[in-house]
Design a protein around this ligand. Sequence first.
Ligand code: ADP
Ligand code: MG
Length: 232
Amino acid sequence: MLSVSAGAGKARLRNVGGKCSAGLNRPLLPVLPSVFTGRTELTVRSQLSVKKDMQLITQPIFMIGARGCGKTTVGRELARALGFQFTDTDLILLQSTGLSVAQIVEQEGWAGFRTRESDILHESANAGGSQVIATGGGIVLSETNRRFMRAVGTVFYLYAPADVLAQRLEAVPEEDQRPSLTGRPIAEEITEILLAREALYQDAAHYVLDASLPPPDVVSAIMQRLCPCAAG
Ligand code: ADP
Ligand code: MG
């Protein structure tokens, strides 16, 4: 049995023979500015059947959005729910260099940092397999990256307003290793960055989701879009 309530957005992947076509059949996806979903509840049984269908997905699922929107948190939970590999480009960058973001930027500048993160994005995605890839907030600054993610996978933009992002980052400043881009207070900086990058996130995304919802709800919303069968 499937119990879904108040899902406002529409799943756009085609459903072929009752199976999900994500990863098999590239969707033509017009990106709307605010395609949000309400709370979605799936029973345990339906989650299992959705998970089975999800195993047909062979292309990477990308999480994009500003710092603090939950790319790592939601991406990890989504990967766990689907039984996919979880890849975090920020984490790989830190592990492979042994340096913090601040140290990389200090040594190589933002340009060096961006080149490194772009390389990791491409290598991770090209490694293949069913995986959820959480990216860094600035990954969309490169048009090549935006085109690449859209072409090879399914891209979810986790949108949350600046005040929500600022609250999250201020609550756990130690988790946020990034140096300030502007030297100004975090809320101001986030507002400015969101404004500057919104069009880029929209450009890269197949779907835009309300990331101010609790992580399990964001995960459910993603699953619903990946597999129309999750919407009943
Ligand atoms: P990102 O990877 O996009 O920078 P994170 O996943 O690291 O963001 O999350 C940043 C902070 O916000 C963490 O402390 C995390 O627990 C919290 N967080 C993430 N998503 C949510 C959410 N949907 N609701 C509440 N808190 C969240
Ligand atoms: Mg992250």
